[in-house]
Write a protein that binds this ligand. Sequence first.
Ligand code: ZN
Length: 316
Amino acid sequence: MGSRRNQLTDEQRAERRRQECETAQRAVEALKSTEGWQRWLVARASFHRYSLSNQLLIAMQRPHATRVAGFRAWLSLGYFVRKGETSIRIWVPMKPTKKALAEWAANGSDPAAKPRTWFKLGPVFDRSQVEALPAPATPAPLDLPIEPVVGETLAWALEPLIALGDEIGSAVTFEAIPGSADGFYEIRSRRIAVEETLTPNGRVGTLVHELAHALVRADRRDDDPSLSYAEEELVVESVAYTVCGSAGLDTAGNSIPYLAAWSESASLATIAATAALIDRLARRIEDAVDAALRGETLDADEPHVDAAAHALPVVA
Ligand SMILES: [Zn+2]
């Protein structure tokens, strides 16, 4: 593979780069429709450790994908890619070769000329495209258990979520809330209240929603889009949907947030910035929950592409 790459002319390489950017741009444009937006949120629940660019590429190319890996990574998990399957292409990091690094060192180690990691669209396959290898191979289990909304299977997640609230100055209380609301976030005091009669799993779902309201303010950055009341609710519902999905909480009963008319007419830059905000806030909550879970998830084969390494290729 390495030697083939070197055979490309500069012109061919530039052309490939142009095609890659076009593909990535199309994946972002899909966010402009409610269907594309929902496809992304569903995909994000399974691919929350991937960069936003890669979530969008997966959502566009294989909307129902739940787990992807490269050809060899699947083999090491005990599965093989079925013949004739078309790959999904996502950004994968290409580290500089030992040879390139040695040449650089031999030529004086100029920091400005140090070979860098770059990204190209590389092939991965979804689990629906693979089959278990026969014995004696022992295929790794792939299913994340789906937890019912009613129950206490996710009770362990309450503690890290409450700790995140404390960290951002939002104390969490469980109390009797008048009316039909399951929870609220009080802007002035930054307090989060969750209905005390909810089951632990129900509390998790509500707490994630209210934490997202708190984070919209606590984690605000200058380039975040400014949000109306309705827009904030869309952001918060989207965060809650994808975070609950990634934690394995049954989201089938929840409606997937849909873009209101304003969003379908909004500029692509605004929609992409809103998606980036949702991804960032969701990641903050997922990181808190994942830290509590660490060691229990199967993620050895996931390409840990740094989200920051790939800003969305949006032309404003
Ligand atoms: Zn809300």
